[in-house]
Design a protein around this ligand. Structure first.
Ligand SMILES: NC(=O)c1ccc[n+]([C@@H]2O[C@H](COP(=O)([O-])OP(=O)(O)OC[C@H]3O[C@@H](n4cnc5c(N)ncnc54)[C@H](OP(=O)(O)O)[C@@H]3O)[C@@H](O)[C@H]2O)c1
Length: 260
C-alpha cells in the first residue's frame, strides 16, 4: 500500500483509509443498499475487518463522536497498538435521531477529552471540526479552531483540521489548519479548488464520499480521487472485508508511485 505524508509535518498514512460510520451508526445516513435496515457488525466481524485492513497495509482510520458507538468500539478493537493513525472529529453529536452541533471552545475540549477516553489513547493523531455547513462562520467565530490549537499545543492532538461542506470554507480551513476532509468523486468536483490550494500550502487532504456513499461504486471513483494531485488519502467507508479488498485492488491498480 502506498503511503503519503499528511501535510508537511504529519504522519505517513496509507492512500486508502477506512471510514467507520457504519461500524457504530445505523440511522440518519444516506448509504446505498435499498430499504433493508443497516446493522452494525458484531465484534467478531469488526475485528475481522480491522485485521483485514492491517494486513492490506491500511493504517488510517476515520471516526467521529457522531458515528454512534464507532469511537468506543475502536477503542477496544485497536487496543494499545500505536500502528494506527486515528482521525476523529468534534462539534457534532448524534443522538440516534438527529444531530446537534456545538462548536464552542468548551464543547470542543469536552468532546476531545471524551474521544481520548473512548479511543483509550493518550493522544489522538488528527481531530477535525465536524462542520454543519457553516464552515466560514465556525472558523471565524465559534472558538473551535483556537481550542484545537490549544489542545495541539498541549500534545493531546497531533494534527488539527476541518471536514468542510463548502468551497469557501475549505479554502479558509487550509489557510489556518493542518488538514481538510473534503468530498471528491467524479460527480462532485467543486472541492478540487480546495485540494489545489492545500497542495500549494503543504496541507493534508482526506477525501470523503469517493464512492458517493455507495451510489457510485466503481474503481474509477477511487482512481480519480487517489490520482488527484494534493490528495493524501481516500477514506472509504465499508464494513465488508470483501469490499475492502476490492478497494485496495482498485487503489493499487490506480495509485501513482510517487508521493503526492
Ligand atoms: N465529516 C463528514 O461530514 C463525513 C461525511 C461523510 C463521510 N465521512 C467520512 O468519510 C468516510 C467515507 O464516506 P462514506 O462512508 O460516507 O461514503 P463512501 O466511502 O463514498 O461510501 C461508503 C459506502 O460504499 C459502500 N462500499 C464501499 N466499498 C464498496 C465496494 N467495493 N463495493 C460495493 N460497495 C462498497 C459501503 O458499503 P459496505 O459497507 O457494504 O462496503 C458504504 O455503504 C466515512 O466513513 C467517514 O469516515 C465524513
Amino acid at each position: 500500500m502506498q503511503m503519503r505524508r499528511l501535510g508537511t509535518n504529519g504522519p505517513l498514512v496509507s492512500v486508502l483509509g477506512l471510514g467507520t460510520v457504519k461500524l457504530g451508526r445505523t440511522t440518519g445516513v444516506k448509504y446505498a443498499g435499498g430499504p433493508a435496515p443497516l446493522v452494525v457488525p458484531t465484534d467478531g466481524e469488526a475485528r475481522a475487518l480491522l485485521d483485514a485492513a492491517r494486513e492490506l497495509g491500511i493504517n488510517l482510520i476515520d471516526t467521529a463522536p457522531a458515528y454512534g458507538t464507532s469511537e468506543e468500539r475502536l477503542g477496544s478493537l485497536l487496543g494499545k497498538s500505536t500502528d494506527w493513525i486515528v482521525c476523529t472529529k468534534a462539534g457534532e453529536e448524534f443522538d440516534g435521531d438527529r444531530s446537534r452541533y456545538d462548536f464552542s471552545a468548551q464543547a470542543v475540549r469536552r468532546s476531545v477529552e471524551r474521544s481520548l477516553r473512548r479511543l483509550r489513547r493518550e493522544r489522538v493523531d488528527v481531530v477535525l471540526i465536524h462542520s454543519d455547513g457553516r464552515d466560514a462562520e465556525i472558523l471565524e467565530r465559534s472558538g473551535a479552531p483556537e481550542e484545537l490549537e490549544r489542545l495541539r499545543k498541549s500534545g493531546l492532538i497531533g494534527q488539527i483540521g476541518m471536514s468542510t461542506k463548502t468551497v469557501g470554507g475549505g479554502l479558509a480551513a487550509v489557510e489556518r489548519l493542518d488538514v481538510v476532509m473534503v468530498t471528491l468523486n467524479p460527480r462532485e468536483t467543486a472541492d478540487l479548488a480546495v485540494i489545489a490550494r492545500a497542495k500549494e500550502l503543504g496541507k493534508g487532504v482526506l477525501i470523503k464520499k469517493a464512492l458517493a456513499q455507495g451510489h457510485a461504486v466503481t474503481g474509477a471513483g477511487l482512481e480519480f480521487a487517489v490520482n488527484t494531485l494534493g490528495v493524501t488519502s481516500v477514506v472509504v467507508g465499508t464494513i465488508s472485508p470483501e469490499h475492502l479488498r476490492e478497494n485496495v485492488s482498485a487503489i493499487r491498480a490506480a495509485a501513482c508511485p510517487e508521493s503526492f
